[in-house]
Each structure stands twice: as structure tokens, then as C-alpha cells.
Design a protein around this ligand. Structure first.
Ligand code: FES
Length: 509
């Protein structure tokens, strides 16, 4: 898997990575599962209020979506407000906008207060189209924003190296380096005596009288409140998130060019889209180009993912040098609004924040406000529209079928003959599900000819996995869990590794 420029430039050397067990058994007020932007922002606000906190992270701080995002901090979430007014009502659209605008302000205040050096910059944000047939979509969006009394501009020209047919500008939005920002907050958490445990997978949450016991690989944590900020809630059935969310992948490349760079953040409304922003990297101003969204586990090619972005970069920036490339995975709910608040009616004092639809920089802040207010018993003006307990009419029909579990046959791994796997004709550096004696086996043959075989059944709810040739991973088409070619779990909601089929290396050809 490729590494983002954000992760490359930031080292969390302040965190003790060698803790082998949870340090003390003392009950804490709050246990937070997940050390991405939502978990860390909640920990920051709640520890400043005096709550005692332990954070557990199954991998490293910012190793998930936060470390791979575009880092745009904006309330302009594609052409979305016309959809909100039509699918919900104008009040919902206004609240959505207000909550995200407030998030921009609060993130800036936090950065100033803690003096965090994270390349924060106020910039305009634009949605645009280069296609005449998409002009009506932009016009409807503009009308929706006018109805909401939101001041924005309709433009026919941008400072991009190609002509456009139309654009809508949101003034005074922002961008930053998300991992440097989190590092600044983590430094404050350590001052506030928040304990952060990396490489510590949470595996269960159980009620214990008035508290909860969070079971992790390195010990148990007793807490009055639990916040599940682990991207995709890992609870299998409570809250039924697997029946109402799916995951989507997108790609980013970092590009160096001597051509003049644009001075804003841009995203096309076409499908597939193109996202553009500048960033600082190793003392230089560079360009980030993103896009190529597709549902996780949908078969895609290099040409359709990174290749498309590289082609775009070379077309408009002929001297473009590709510095880095990476991908991100995001959760999307069926009605396209996040789930924030109480995780389930059966779990009072357990909170969840997920389904940000690729706009997690502002939504992590909205989630923090809602969860902190709920813990303090304060009413939050936005909690109703994002409530994780809402009963939702389905607004995203095309995705419903994707969420239905693709049930698969059980496997009798013991009966698989190793010779049959080794004799299967597979090209080097490719993976595939092969059928042997009516049973599915996931096989990857490395560039050097080594065979790695797994049981290709997702450890979340049992869907048959697909091979991802770009990242060399096994991806789940049901709810987006991902596993590396060795079967190690790398993305929620599954948290257990795949079953490996051991191969005798001496017999390999
Ligand atoms: Fe749910 Fe795979 S992610 S079954």
C-alpha cells in the first residue's frame, strides 16, 4: 500500500509505541476506540474539560482515512445542497451547512490556541464542470444555496489550466496538513495525561452495571462512556451499520510542476470526478490531484484509478513529476448523511461517528460537538439530523443491492490439496480466487513466484472477497473491509485476520 505525503512528513515520536499492556486497571471516564481525527478531537475537547480518557488504536495514530484524506476543510461537499432540500427539507440543508461552517471556524480557533504548525490556509472552494450537459446540475445547486440565503458566487472562469462551463465558489474555506494537525492535538493530550495505546485492537464492548468493559488485545478498560471512532463501527450487529452503510475508495497523486499553481480547492461534479488542491511538501508547493471513486472491491484497473489522474496531470502540467500516490477509503450511508450519536438503543453512553461521505475534516468536528454535548447533557442543535438512531427512508437505491450480503459457501480448508494450489497456472504478481474441488481459495503469486493462499471469506459477516490488483489486497464488496495478501486485516469493519493456508515453500515452483 502506498503512503500519503501527510504520513511521510509527520512522525508521532512522542507516543510510546512499546506498551505491551494497558498500564493500569483504574476505571476511566471515557474509552475512545480509534485515533484518527474524530477520536483525537473528541479526546482533546473532553480531556480539556477534565474527563479521564484512554484511547486505543488498532494500528497507528492517523494510519486510516485521516492520514490519506485530501485535507480540505469545507462545507462545500460536491453539489449536495439541492439533494438535501429535495430529499429532506430546507431546514436540514441549512443545519448541515451551519454545522460544517462552524467546524471550519472551530478548527482554526484550535490551531491558533495550540499554535499548531499544520499549513492551515484559508482558501476559496469551487465545484465546477467542463461539460455543457452538467450546467443544469450547477444551476440547481446555486438555486438551492440562494434559497438557503447562503452567499456564494456563480463563475464562468477559474484559475485552472483549462476552460470550464461553470463553477460555484464558497469563500473563505480552508485546507491543512491533517496529520500535522493531529500531532499538535496529540501533544496536548499527552500533557492532559490521556493514555494512547497504538497497535491495540478493541475486540468487544460489554455492559458492566453502569459502566462498560472494552476488551482489547492488551487488556481490559472500564469506562462510563465509550466512543467508537474507528471509521466503521466494529460492532457486528448492534446498530446494524452493516445494513445501512457501504465503503468507497478514491485515489490521490502528489505532483511537482514548475507551472503556476491555482489558488484554491476544486472538485468537478462529473463522475468520475477530479479533485485539486495545493500542498506543502519538503519545502515546495505541490499539487494534489484526486478522484476515481468507486465502491470498495469493485474491479478496477490502474488506468481507471491512478492512471487517469496521471494522465490528467500530464495533460495540463506537461512537466508533472509524480512524487507519491495513495488511496483512501470512506464510509457512505444510504441517505448520504453521517451517523453521529448514540450507537444503538441497547447501548446508552456508547457513541458512534461514521459515514462522513469523504468530508471527514469538518464532520469529525461536528461529531465531536454532538458527542461532547451529549456526555455533558447539553442539547446540540445538529444532533437530530445526524442521529445514528434515525429511521431512514432509503434515498440511495442503487447502493442497497451492494449492501445485501453476498453469502458464500463455507470452506473445508483441511481438504484442500496443497499440490492443487501450487499447480494452478497463475501469472506472477497477480491474485485470484480459484476453485479447487468446488471450494474457493484466494491465491496471490508474488513477483518472485511465492504463493500465498487464504480463505477468501470476510471475517466481518462472511462475504466472498475480491482481489484488488492495484494494492494487492483482498477487498470485501459488502461493507468494504480490506486485508493484505497475507490475510492481515487492514480496514474496518472486520477486525480479525483471514485464515491462512500454509504452503510448504520447498514445494513451490
Ligand atoms: Fe462486512 Fe465483509 S465487510 S462482510
Amino acid at each position: 500500500m502506498n503512503e500519503s505525503i501527510w504520513k511521510k512528513t509527520t512522525d508521532f515520536n512522542t507516543v510510546d509505541k512499546n506498551l505491551n499492556e494497558i498500564k493500569n486497571n483504574k476505571k476511566v471516564d471515557i474509552c475512545i476506540i480509534g485515533a484518527g481525527i474524530t477520536g483525537i478531537t473528541c479526546a482533546y475537547e473532553l480531556s480539556n474539560l477534565g474527563y479521564s480518557i484512554k484511547v486505543v488504536e488498532k494500528s497507528q495514530i492517523c494510519s486510516g482515512t485521516t492520514g490519506n484524506t485530501t485535507g480540505k476543510i469545507t462545507s462545500q461537499h460536491d453539489a449536495f445542497y439541492d439533494y438535501l432540500i429535495n430529499s429532506f427539507d430546507i431546514d436540514t440543508a441549512k443545519k448541515y451547512l451551519e454545522a460544517n461552517e462552524q467546524a471550519i471556524e472551530q478548527i482554526e480557533e484550535r490551531i491558533k490556541k495550540e499554535k499548531i504548525d499544520c499549513d492551515f490556509k484559508r482558501l476559496n472552494s469551487y465545484i465546477y464542470t467542463t461539460k455543457k450537459e452538467e450546467i443544469p446540475i450547477l444551476e440547481k445547486e446555486y438555486d438551492a444555496l440562494e434559497k438557503m440565503d447562503f452567499k456564494c458566487e456563480y463563475l464562468k472562469k477559474l484559475d485552472l489550466p483549462f476552460n470550464i462551463e461553470g463553477a460555484i465558489c464558497f469563500n473563505n474555506q480552508a485546507q491543512f496538513n491533517p496529520v500535522k494537525y493531529i500531532k499538535g492535538l496529540v501533544n496536548k493530550l499527552l500533557e492532559n495525561n490521556v493514555e494512547i495505546y497504538e497497535n491495540t485492537k478493541a475486540t468487544n464492548i460489554e455492559k458492566n452495571e453502569d459502566d462498560y468493559i472494552v476488551t482489547t488485545e492488551k487488556g481490559k478498560i472500564q469506562a462510563k462512556y465509550v466512543i467508537i471512532a474507528s471509521h466503521y463501527p466494529f460492532l457486528k450487529f448492534k446498530g446494524l451499520y452493516s445494513a445501512k452503510m457501504y465503503q468507497s475508495m478514491s485515489y490521490l497523486i502528489a505532483v511537482e510542476t514548475k507551472k503556476e499553481l491555482p489558488n484554491g480547492m476544486y472538485i468537478s461534479i462529473s463522475n468520475p470526478n477530479i479533485s485539486i488542491r495545493t500542498a506543502e511538501y519538503e519545502g515546495k508547493q505541490i499539487l494534489l490531484i484526486g478522484g476515481g471513486d468507486h465502491k470498495t472491491a469493485k474491479a478496477t484497473t490502474y488506468e481507471e484509478s491512478y492512471g487517469r489522474l496521471e494522465k490528467f496531470a500530464k495533460k495540463y502540467y506537461p512537466d508533472a513529476k509524480i512524487l507519491k500516490k495513495w488511496d483512501a477509503e470512506d464510509c457512505i450511508s444510504l441517505d448520504k448523511l453521517p451517523y453521529i450519536g448514540q450507537a444503538s438503543t441497547f447501548l446508552p453512553n456508547v457513541y458512534v461517528a461514521t459515514g462522513y461521505k469523504k468530508w471527514g475534516m469538518t464532520f469529525s468536528n461536528v461529531a465531536t460537538n454532538i458527542i461532547v454535548d451529549s456526555i455533558r447533557g447539553i442539547e446540540n442543535p445538529y444532533s437530530d439530523i445526524f442521529s445514528s438512531l434515525r429511521l431512514q427512508p432509503v434515498k440511495n437505491y442503487e447502493e442497497v443491492k451492494n449492501i445485501l450480503v453476498d453469502s458464500s459457501k463455507g470452506l473445508l480448508i483441511d481438504k484442500i490439496k496443497e499440490a492443487d494450489i501450487l499447480n494452478y497456472d497463475l501469472k506472477c504478481d497477480t491474485g485470484k480466487i480459484i476453485e479447487i474441488d468446488g471450494q474457493n481459495i484466494g491465491v496471490y503469486k508474488s513477483a518472485e513466484g511465492q504463493i500465498y493462499a487464504i480463505k477468501p471469506i470476510c471475517t466481518h459477516l462472511g462475504c466472498l472477497l475480491n482481489w484488488n490488483q492495484i494494492d494487492k489486497t483482498w477487498d470485501c464488496p459488502c461493507h468494504g473491509s480490506r486485508f493484505d495478501y497475507l490475510g492481515k486485516n487492514i480496514s474496518d469493519p472486520a477486525f480479525e485476520d483471514l485464515e491462512r493456508i500454509e504452503i510448504d515453500r520447498d514445494k513451490e515452483v
